[in-house]
Design a protein. Sequence first.
Length: 59
Amino acid sequence: MMNLPKDPIMLLSFVNTYLRDRHPSLEDFCKSHDISQESLVSSLEAIDYHYDKEKNCFL
């Protein structure tokens, strides 16, 4: 399991960078890093960021 940043803003930046540069989807990112997609989405929704599947990033 990958160690993700604990700070929500750092987590947002980290995830969006990986989505932009290395993964074609959120599902692929989560599977690749053995993390719960639901937990990740929930953490970022707590700071009012939501996954946009078309843009493949949290906005």
